[in-house]
Write a protein that binds this ligand. Structure first.
Ligand code: HEC
Length: 130
């Protein structure tokens, strides 16, 4: 295919570059992981923690701090719960962890962030746990 329009060429190049530079996250995958992995554990512990309990800014600060659980009852890092070693450790009993086992850590963490931002308290689509 030859590209005659410099305008179109610029768009295509821009898209290619931004794909490499900034992975923006896969909302569906983030939602699936949040619901089937994060929420599953919270519910098992008798608590629900929904995306709409925090604002976008609160989620951003929470992710940046990477302090999962102040009570010390579980792993102190949020990021840890999206890593391959964690997925590996639960894959026998968790279908989503098994299905997403080989997604690169950074990608899955970005997916998760995309989902909590998308469904935060002050977003256009506030969402509960399920
Ligand atoms: C192994 C079980 C487990 C997994 C997996 C888990 N959590 Fe948690 N999480 C907890 C526990 C326990 C608490 C503390 C609940 C309490 O306050 O009693 C908690 C608390 C939280 C809180 C509230 C902390 C605060 O200060 O606002 C958030 C937010 C949270 N988890 C997000 C996540 C996310 C996002 C994931 C998935 C990437 C995740 N958790 C995975 C067990 C888990």
């Amino acid at each position: 295919m030859s590209i005659r329009s410099p305008f179109l060429a610029a768009i295509l190049l821009g898209a290619a570059v931004s794909n490499v530079l900034a992975y923006e996250g896969d909302l569906k995958r983030g939602r699936m992981y949040y619901r089937q992995v994060c929420t599953a554990c919270h519910q098992a512990g008798g608590k629900t923690i929904a995306p709409n309990e925090k604002t976008k800014a609160e989620w951003a600060a929470y992710i940046k701090a990477d302090k999962h659980d102040k009570t010390g009852k579980s792993n102190p890092s949020v990021k840890y719960f999206t890593t391959k070693p964690y997925r590996e450790s639960i894959k026998a009993s968790n279908k989503v962890a098994e299905k997403l086992l080989n997604v690169p850590d950074q990608e899955l963490y970005t997916d998760l962030q995309a989902w909590v931002q998308y469904s935060a308290k002050d977003s256009d689509n506030p969402s509960g746990c399920n």
